[in-house]
Design a protein around this ligand. Structure first.
Ligand code: NDP
Length: 283
C-alpha cells in the first residue's frame, strides 16, 4: 500500500513538474536581449541561437558583442544583430527597441537582463550610486518595456525580467542592488495585473535566480559568502523556457520557490540564518 501511495505521489509530481517547453516555439522567434555580452545574457544568446531564433543583442562592450554575434551565427541563429548601448543613458532604451524593430520587423520576446556594476559590501551611504543603479537596473527596464509593449501586444509576446532572490528576500552587501530588484517585482507584477485587466495577451515572466557562476558574481562574492554557485548555462535555459511557456515566475535553482513561500514565517530566525551565510570580517 505504501509503495502504491509513493508511486502515485511520484506520478503527480512528475505531472506537475513536466517540461512543457516546445523548442519549436522559439524557432524563428524575434528576440531582443539585453546584457548579452557576458554572463547569463551571453549564455541565453547561445541557447536562443541553437533554437533558431532571430536576435538583437545589446550591451556596452562592442568587441564582446561582435564575438557573441559570430558564435550565435555558428550555433544556428537565423539572424543576429547587435547594438552598443549604455542603459545609464535615458535615451538608450527607445533607441535599442527602434533598432530591434527595424532589423527584425517585430518582437516576440523582450529579455531584460543587464545590470550595472555595483560593489558587494556594506552600504557606504553613496546615494548617487544608488540613483545611478536605479537608472540602469530599474528605470531602463521600465523604459524598454514601455517602448516594446505595443509591439509585444501585436505578437502576443513575452516580456522576461531577470531578477534575483535578493529581489524577494533581502540580504546583506547588496543594499542598492536589492532595492532595484524589489522595484522590478513591484512594477512588473503590478503591470501584469493591468495587462490582464485590459485583456492584453502579453505575458510577464519574472525570473528569480540564486548565486550563478558568472565571472562577475564569483569575483564579487569570493571569500564573502558561504554558498555554492549554479551554472550560468542552466540558469539561461531555465529563463528561456519560462518565457516560452509563459510562466508567471521561474526560480533557479528550483528550491528558491520554497524559500520564497516560507519567507515571512519566522522573520527573526530567518535573518540570523541569512547573516550566517556572509563573512563580515573580510567584507
Ligand atoms: P554580468 O555582470 O555577468 O553581465 C551583465 C551584463 O550587463 C553584461 O553583458 C554587461 O555588458 C551588461 N551591462 C553592464 N552595465 C551596463 C550598462 N550600463 N548598460 C548596458 N548594459 C550593461 O551579470 P550576470 O550575467 O551575472 O547577471 C545577469 C542577470 O542575472 C542580472 O539581471 C542579475 O541581476 C541576475 N542575477 C545574477 C546572479 C548571479 O549570481 N550571477 C544572481 C541573481 C540574479 P557590458 O559591460 O558590455 O555593458
Amino acid at each position: 500500500k505504501a509503495l502504491c501511495t509513493a508511486g502515485i505521489l511520484v506520478g503527480l509530481l512528475a505531472f506537475f513538474w513536466r517540461d512543457t517547453f516546445d523548442p519549436d516555439s522559439i524557432s524563428g522567434a524575434r528576440v531582443l536581449l539585453t546584457g548579452a555580452s557576458a554572463g547569463i545574457g551571453e549564455q541565453m544568446a547561445y541557447h536562443y541561437s541553437r533554437f533558431g531564433a532571430e536576435i538583437v543583442l545589446t550591451a556596452r562592450r562592442e568587441t564582446l558583442l561582435q564575438k557573441v554575434t559570430e558564435k550565435c551565427l555558428q550555433l544556428g541563429a537565423k539572424k543576429v544583430f547587435y547594438i552598443q548601448a549604455d542603459m545609464s543613458s535615458p535615451q538608450a532604451p527607445e533607441k535599442v527597441v527602434q533598432f530591434a524593430l527595424q532589423k527584425l520587423g517585430g518582437l516576440d520576446h523582450l529579455v531584460l537582463n543587464h545590470i550595472g556594476r555595483t560593489p558587494f559590501q556594506m552600504w557606504d551611504g553613496d546615494v548617487e550610486h544608488t540613483r545611478w543603479l536605479m537608472q540602469v537596473n530599474f528605470l531602463s527596464y521600465v523604459a524598454l518595456a514601455s517602448a516594446a509593449l505595443p509591439i509585444l501586444a501585436e505578437s502576443k509576446g513575452s516580456l522576461i525580467v531577470v531578477s534575483s532572490l535578493t529581489g524577494k528576500i533581502s540580504t546583506p552587501f547588496t543594499v542598492s542592488y536589492s532595492a532595484t530588484k524589489f522595484a522590478l517585482d513591484g512594477f512588473f507584477s503590478s503591470l501584469r495585473h493591468e495587462l490582464a485587466m485590459q485583456k492584453q495577451d502579453v505575458c510577464i515572466t519574472l525570473c528569480i535566480l540564486g548565486l550563478i557562476d558568472t565571472e562577475m558574481a564569483l569575483e564579487k562574492t569570493r571569500d564573502k559568502v558561504y554558498m555554492s554557485a549554479y551554472p550560468a548555462a542552466e540558469a539561461a535555459l531555465t529563463i528561456i523556457k519560462g518565457g516560452a511557456t509563459r510562466a508567471r515566475e521561474v526560480f533557479y535553482p528550483w528550491w528558491l520557490e520554497l524559500l520564497c513561500h516560507v519567507r515571512d514565517w519566522f522573520p527573526d530566525q530567518r535573518d540570523v540564518v541569512i547573516q550566517s551565510f556572509y563573512n563580515y570580517t573580510s567584507a
